[in-house]
Design a protein around this ligand. Structure first.
Ligand SMILES: [Zn+2]
Length: 340
């Protein structure tokens, strides 16, 4: 697993290197929280790139599977680090096993969600993986875009009438930006509501609920839920004439490279943007974490909007702290210099 992780990071770093942005020594001056000054830069900007992450979705109640309670059955996001460590330290492994045998309420034997979101997991047990993604699709049907999504979409629509552009570069797979009205969106990690055929490769939008009859009522997240064990022929299948291949969620799984066409488009957008916003992302997931610091390194104003400081905060010109749905709308509202 560790080697796979390293390989994955190496891949994403490699892909990131393909973005070919210069990287200079970071500016370590404390970033400004002066909204008036930011608004002056906003009013001048012709091409605005907005990088968004899980924090924006979390404010709509979308589960991130991180932190306390972030389980789907026995799978959890963070335990993987512990498992990586025990590969190398037999003593820790022994302690880990002891902990597992102690009577306790916490599921210490939980497994990383990263082991569920992989091509290997899908080929071993497509029914289980589809249960997980079916659950996530169904959860999304009860969620709505929040004020942060809406302000970004409204800004794009308004500025496009002035010959200015806004692009959303998102790590989120929930389509909430689209539902809010954004149209210029680059989805780095794919979408919960798209499928790819394992046979013919067709990528298709799919908002059907449930995605197939066999998944109806399946995918419950509680640890006691029984696995559906759906026969592979009853899982979502390709509707192309003569194909009938097995469909998979069109999301980037651990161990997979990001789409090269999307990365090329991201490269173009980052090279032409004259203002960059980083919204609700912890700046630790690569390659997205590299994008904004590299834009900042060529002297373009970068503004971070987040509930806390991140490892990249000191590289940026602006940092605004708080819930994105509260702090973003006033930042992106119509500037007095804009025509009505
Ligand atoms: Zn097909």
């Amino acid at each position: 697993m560790f080697l796979r992780r390293v390989t994955h990071w190496a891949k994403t770093f490699h892909l990131c290197a393909g973005v070919r942005l210069t990287y200079r020594v970071p500016n370590m001056t404390r970033p400004s929280s002066d909204l008036t000054q930011f608004r002056k830069d906003f009013a001048k900007a012709k091409h605005i790139a907005i990088i968004t992450g899980a924090g924006v979705s979390a404010e709509s109640g979308v589960p991130t599977f991180r932190g306390a309670g972030g389980y789907w059955r026995k799978w959890q996001a963070q335990v993987t680090h512990m498992i990586n460590v025990i590969h190398f330290f037999p003593l820790l492994f022994a302690v880990f096993l002891l902990l597992c045998y102690f009577p306790c309420k916490q599921p210490y034997l939980s497994i990383s969600l990263q082991d569920l979101a992989t091509p290997g997991a899908f080929s071993r047990d497509p029914s289980l993986v589809w249960e997980f993604y079916h659950y996530r699709r169904e959860v999304m049907s009860s969620k709505e875009p929040n004020a942060a999504h809406m302000s970004i979409a409204e800004c794009e629509a308004r500025l496009s009438q002035q010959g200015r552009s806004v692009v959303v570069i998102t790590q989120n797979i929930d389509e909430l930006h689209y539902r809010a009205g954004s149209r210029n969106i680059l989805e780095l990690h794919g979408s919960l509501f798209k499928t790819r055929c394992m046979s013919c490769g067709e990528v298709k939008a799919n908002h059907t609920s449930p995605i197939c009859p066999a998944l109806e009522g399946k995918g419950a997240p509680d640890p006691e839920a029984k696995e559906a064990r759906i026969p592979v022929n009853d899982l979502p299948r390709c509707e192309r004439r003569g194909c009938h291949g097995l469909l998979r969620p069109y999301v980037v799984w651990f161990g997979e490279a990001l789409d090269s066409d999307i990365l090329s488009s991201v490269e173009e957008e980052l090279e032409k943007c004259d203002l960059c916003l980083v919204v609700g992302t912890s700046s630790i997931v690569y390659p997205a974490a590299m994008f904004a610091p590299q834009v900042a390194a060529r002297g373009v104003p970068v503004a971070e909007f987040n509930t806390e400081s991140t490892p990249a905060t000191m590289r940026f010109m602006y940092h605004f702290e708080g819930p994105c749905g509260t702090i973003l709308p006033p930042a992106l509202a119509r500037h007095e210099s804009e025509p009505i």
